[in-house]
Design a protein around this ligand. Sequence first.
Ligand code: IMP
Ligand code: MG
Length: 177
Amino acid sequence: MMKKENKYSIKTLFSESLIQKKVSQTAKRISRDFKDKKPLVIAVLNGSFIFCSDLIRKLDSKFAVDFISLSSYEGVISKGKVKVVSNLKENIKNRDVIIVEDIVDSGETLDFLLKELKPKKPKSITVCALLDKKEARVKEIPVKYSCFEVGNEFVVGYGLDYNGFFRGLPYIGILKK
Ligand code: IMP
Ligand code: MG
């Protein structure tokens, strides 16, 4: 279905109910795999805040939550470089960490984050992404859990934005100008 959102059209890819179903299934897998482990769930801001808040409310197992805010430099020369805008509060040493990301696209962001976290000696690091855009991958990323695979198109909604817009849409859609 095509919906008009201002001057953009958004073609629905995953409905609100399908997203909730997939998030529940993913939470079930995580609850089972991390039973008795009390993992530290790290939400990568800003994009994953809606996904992560739904996901953790569906977890049966015990867990802690922390946040890290990352952003890409927009400069012409350093495009693709990632920086930490706001760091974790928790110490991750010897802990089972689950990184929750909105989408793994080129993989540059998670490649950077994994390199940031590994020297801090967590017991394990597991990646959980709402969306996996496999075709666009430049860096190899071990995505253990993903709710959906998407093609090489720009998607918005359910936390994902285009220039700050569309994060609040309850569904995920392909943005068409
Ligand atoms: P990367 O290319 O894997 O580093 O993707 C980094 C970030 O770019 C993701 O965490 C998203 O915040 C954003 N991003 C990548 N693809 C899309 C998209 O299709 N829609 C919205 N944001 C995206
Ligand atoms: Mg992101």
